[in-house]
Design a protein around this ligand. Structure first.
Ligand code: HEC
Ligand code: HEC
Length: 211
């Protein structure tokens, strides 16, 4: 009993420490807004609701996830770039950790606009895969980590609901090609390696309709 008690306490401690370290609201929203207006708005829109299919909607995303992505885009000499992207790399090059926290705080507090599918005929197929996976090819249900309504589970599992289908598809392809390898346990890379192009397209269309 004593052993179990100690173990449980240790886990509880680790867990609360972890949650504390990741807790949001570390950034300054007003400062984030200023940088966003100066550098990012041209592509992601002033409030993070990008109108361009390949530029992701950032509004309402979890701050811990946004901050992680901004760091992952950074090109550090002698290290493999975790998320290799020629457009975002120069954007993050001069951002300090404070800037990153402030931007993450700002975008996380903006309200996302509802998304739409670009090919409604694929939505039903995408829904089946999202909710139930594909047992035959060992593809897990996306809902198990990104939640049934696409709201994710902070801080590690991002929101994906309402995202532009073209952007979502581009990320599934990037995970497959290995240009995006910033997933600690290779979760997404493993999943997409088992998906067909049609499955990736269909699930991206369904995700756009989630809210
Ligand atoms: C010239 C257009 C452009 C500008 C300016 C720009 N971005 Fe981006 N952003 C992109 C594109 C394109 C992607 C998708 C990259 C990819 O495919 O990995 C992206 C991706 C991101 C992501 C990842 C989102 C996710 O869901 O994983 C974040 C966060 C982000 N940008 C924040 C910013 C911030 C903050 C700024 C300003 C400092 C900025 N961007 C400026 C085009 C731009
Ligand atoms: C076991 C958990 C897990 C499952 C199941 C899962 N994901 Fe993910 N997904 C993640 C994690 C973790 C990340 C964030 C990786 C990172 O830190 O960049 C992610 C990121 C993503 C992103 C990038 C979001 C963005 O804003 O750039 C997309 C798109 C995505 N997942 C789609 C899917 C789809 C579609 C499925 C089902 C076929 C799925 N995921 C199943 C854990 C999961």
């Amino acid at each position: 009993m004593k052993f179990i008690g100690t173990t449980v306490a240790a886990i509880a401690l680790t867990f609360s420490g972890f949650v504390f370290a990741e807790s949001p609201a570390a950034g300054d929203v007003e400062k984030g807004k200023e940088i966003a207006a100066g550098i990012c708005a041209g592509c992601h829109n002033a409030d993070g609701n990008s109108a361009i299919p390949l530029y992701p909607i950032l509004a309402g995303q979890y701050p811990g996830y946004i901050a992680k992505q901004l760091n992952d885009f950074k090109v550090v000499e002698g290290e493999t770039v975790k998320r290799d992207n020629q457009i975002m790399a120069p954007m993050v090059a001069t951002l300090s950790q404070d800037d990153i926290e402030n931007l993450a705080a700002y975008y996380s507090q903006q309200k996302p606009q509802p998304g739409t599918a670009s090919d409604a005929s694929l939505v039903e197929t995408g829904k089946k895969l999202y909710q139930g996976g594909n047992l035959e090819n060992s593809i897990p249900a996306c809902s198990s980590c990104h939640s049934p309504n696409g709201q994710g589970i902070p801080p590690h599992y991002p929101r994906i609901d309402g995202q532009h289908p073209a952007y979502t598809l581009s990320q599934l392809q990037a995970f497959r090609q290995g240009t995006r390898k910033n997933d600690t346990n290779n979760t997404m890379q493993t999943i997409v390696s088992r998906m067909s192009e049609q499955e990736m397209q269909a699930v991206s269309e369904y995700i756009a309709t989630l809210r």
